[in-house]
Ligand binder design. Sequence first.
Ligand code: AVI
Length: 322
Amino acid sequence: MLASSLPVRHLSEFAADVRAGLTKPGQRELPSKYLYDEVGSALFETICVLPEYGLTRADARLLQKYAGEIVERLPSPIHVAELGSGSGKKTRWILEALAQRQKTYYYPIEISPYALAACAKELGQIDLVSVVGYEQPYLEGLRAVAEGREEQGHLLVLFLGSTIGNFDRDAGEEFLREMRAILRPGDALLLGTDLEKDMALQLLAYDDPAGVTAAFNLNLLARINRELGADFDLRCFRHEARWNFSERRMEMHLRSTQRQKVEIPAAGLRISLDEDETLWTESSHKYKAEAIPGMAARTGFRCEEQWIDREWPFAQNLLIAR
Ligand code: AVI
């Protein structure tokens, strides 16, 4: 997830996305992928160790506890591609379990060269594991990995940390379908999904009392100021986390605390915000474990097994390409 500020060639895309989101009729939006510049990525790493945000620990706990069982269910030989390398810490359990039975290639796919380097450093020392990073968007990278593999080899794709939850539900399923189109029958996908849980816990996870999540959210405006020359006054916005009951998702918004005008020169935009108007910055969809097999079937997989953390309801789902 780590990313520094965007190279110039991507700035115009950033500006265009900000413009499209802020001029949307009705609810204004900012795309959540832009939360992760260098500051945002560091804040996200901090969120992951907050007592209120149990998601990352649950994800890691399941991998640590069940890596052996997960690997037992995979065909051989198999190599591992991960969408979003993160710090690589959680992946260690899977790679160590696989390396006990075969030499393993690990392909982290990530647009940030910094994250790839950190990941290679963390995982490059495991015996019988070779790390080959792909600095590309997820599906492009996966395509390149799949095209380069041997005739008989299988792939295990890791898509952990409930990143799927940050897609709209339909877009998430479409993403799984596109992923399936790149894979061969018998290839595997380990999909991490955060499950619906007690409402108070869920709200605290996205609105922690220390204000780290608020800073993570507000940093998006600071980033637009830094990179697009905008003049958002961060003191005139308030972080808000809400549960969208009908869509079964947490949403993050930034609420304008007063009527105000904002200029974003690089996007060629001036907007007027009403008092109490919100900018919608992220959705985190939550799942019911029993709904995952249906999602797998609709996208060309079958759900082989699920491992569920009871401390923080979260599921690792092993899907096999049909
Ligand atoms: C990266 N993603 C799965 C996190 C989530 O829970 O949706 C991002 C996050 N947003 C607020 N806190 C954490």
